[in-house]
Design a protein around this ligand. Structure first.
Ligand code: NAD
Ligand code: DAU
Length: 350
C-alpha cells in the first residue's frame, strides 16, 4: 500500500494533484506537506480536508529533522515533489529564497529519501515536478524537447534546473528511482494572482490597470492545471524510471493576445460593454532577462502514455474565469495583507 508524500500540496498545482490522488486512490494515504508560505493556502483543499486518506503536515522542506520525522511517522513510500518558490518576478527580488527552497530543500528531501529507503530502492519513487523554463528561451521557431540543453536565465529557472540535476544525480549515483517532468505555464482555479492570468482577472474585476511587460509579444504555452494533474498521475504510475517527460498544451499565446482574449471573455461574463476592459491595458517596464518564447513538444508523453490535453484553451479559460467570479471571498482573502505590499513594490515604479 502506498503512502505518498506530496510536497507543496497547498499551492496552486499541488492542490489539484492532492485532490486527484485523494479522490481517485482511496487505497493510498496522501500526506500533504507544505510550509504554508504566502503561496500556500489550505482553503484550496477545503472540499477534501476530511477525507479518510488525507493527512496534512505543516513543515519546511529545508528542515531535515522535520522531513525525517514525517517519513517515520507515516512510513512514506513515495514522494511527489512540488514544493517550491515558483514566481519568476519574486526570484529577481529575492534569489536566495529560491536557492534555499528549490535547491537545498530538494536535496534535503532526496537525502532523507536515500536514508529511509536504503533497504530496497526498487519499491519507492521520487517524482520531481519541474518547469520548461530550465530550457531557456526559444526564438520564433522550434519547440523544447526532452533532449533540449538546459539554459536557464532567471534565478527561478536556475534553481529549478539545479534541483532537476540533483534529482537525476541521486538516480545515477545512488540508484533511487526518480522521474522528472517539465511543464509549461499552468492556469486554472486556485491560481495565485501574482501570475499573469489570475492577476489580469483580478484587476479586470476591480477595474485596475492591466500591466503588460515590455512589448507584450512574449509567448507562453498554456495548459489547464487539471490536465497537468492528470499527466502527473499518469507519469507517477506508468512513467519510465529515470526518465523525463515534457508536458504542454500545444497552445501558444503572445501575452497581449491572451490579455485581449481575457478582456473580451470578462466583459461578456461581467455584462460590460465590449471593449471596456481593454482600456485598462497599460504597457509597463519589462521583466529583466525576460525569456522571449517557451513552447513544448509534448509528443513523448503522448506516444508513451497516451496523454493529451482534455480541454481546449477557450473551455479552460472560461471555467477559470467562472471559478474566480464564483470565489470572490477566496480572491479577497489572498489579495489582502502581504499581497498588497508585494503588488505595490512590483508595479509601483511603472
Ligand atoms: P505555488 O507557488 O502556487 O505553490 C508552491 C507551494 O509550495 C506553496 O503551497 C508553498 O507554501 C509551498 N512551499 C514553498 N516553500 C516551501 C518550503 N520551503 N517547504 C514546504 N513547502 C513550501 O507553485 P505552483 O505554481 O503550484 O508550482 C508547483 C510546482 O510546479 C513548482 O515546483 C513549480 O516549479 C512547478 N511548475 C509550475 C508551473 C506553473 O505554471 N505554475 C509550471 C511548471 C512547473
Ligand atoms: O513555464 C512554466 C512557468 O510558468 C512556471 O515554471 C512558473 O512557476 C510560472 O510562474 C510561469 O512562469 P512565467 O514567468 O511564464 O509566468 P507569469 O505568469 O509570471 O508570466 C507569464 C508572462 O506574462 C511572462 O511573459 C511575463 C508576463 N507578465 C506577467 C505578469 C505577472 C506580464 O506581462 N505582466 C505581469 O504583470
Amino acid at each position: 500500500m502506498k503512502t505518498i508524500l506530496i510536497t507543496g500540496g497547498a499551492g496552486f498545482i499541488g492542490s489539484h494533484v492532492v485532490r486527484r490522488f485523494v479522490t481517485k486512490y482511496p487505497e493510498y494515504t496522501i500526506v500533504n506537506l507544505d510550509a504554508l508560505t504566502y503561496a500556500g493556502n489550505l482553503e484550496n483543499l477545503e472540499d477534501i480536508e476530511n477525507a479518510a486518506n488525507y493527512k496534512f503536515e505543516k513543515a519546511d522542506i529545508t528542515d531535515r529533522e522535520a522531513m525525517s520525522n514525517v517519513f517515520d511517522k507515516y512510513g512514506i513510500t513515495d514522494v511527489v515533489h512540488l514544493a517550491a518558490e515558483s514566481h519568476v518576478d519574486r526570484s529577481i527580488l529575492s534569489p536566495m529564497d529560491f536557492v534555499y527552497t528549490n535547491v537545498i530543500g530538494t536535496v534535503n528531501l532526496l537525502e532523507v529519501a536515500k536514508n529511509k529507503w536504503k533497504d530496497d530502492y526498487s519499491t519507492h519513487l521520487f517524482y520531481h515536478v519541474s518547469t520548461d523554463e530550465v530550457y531557456g528561451a526559444l526564438g520564433s521557431e522550434g519547440l523544447f524537447t526532452e533532449e533540449t540543453r538546459y539554459d536557464p536565465h532567471s534565478p527561478y529557472s536556475a534553481s529549478k534546473a539545479s534541483s532537476d540535476h540533483f534529482v537525476r544525480a541521486y538516480h545515477d549515483t545512488y540508484g533511487i528511482k526518480v522521474v522528472v517532468s517539465n511543464c509549461s505555464n499552468n492556469y486554472g482555479p486556485y491560481h495565485f494572482p501574482e501570475k499573469l492570468i489570475p492577476l489580469m482577472i483580478n484587476n479586470i474585476i476591480n477595474n485596475k490597470p492591466l500591466p503588460v511587460y515590455g512589448d507584450g509579444k512574449y509567448t507562453r504555452d498554456w495548459l489547464f492545471v487539471k490536465d497537468h494533474a492528470i499527466a502527473i498521475d499518469l507519469i507517477f504510475h506508468e512513467g519510465t524510471v529515470g526518465g523525463t517527460y515534457n508536458i504542454g498544451g500545444f497552445n501558444e499565446w503572445k501575452n497581449i493576445d491572451l490579455v485581449h482574449l481575457l478582456c473580451d471573455q470578462m466583459d461578456e461574463k461581467l455584462g460590460r460593454p465590449a471593449g471596456t476592459s481593454k482600456q485598462l491595458i497599460t504597457y509597463v517596464k519589462d521583466r529583466p532577462g525576460h525569456d522571449r518564447r517557451y513552447a513544448i513538444d509534448a509528443g513523448k508523453i503522448n506516444r508513451e502514455l497516451g496523454w493529451e490535453p482534455s480541454v481546449t484553451f477557450e473551455q479552460g479559460l472560461s471555467e477559470t474565469i467562472d471559478w474566480f467570479l464564483a470565489n470572490k471571498t477566496w480572491l479577497d482573502n489572498v489579495t489582502s495583507g502581504a499581497y498588497a505590499s508585494y503588488y505595490d513594490n512590483q508595479y509601483a515604479s511603472n
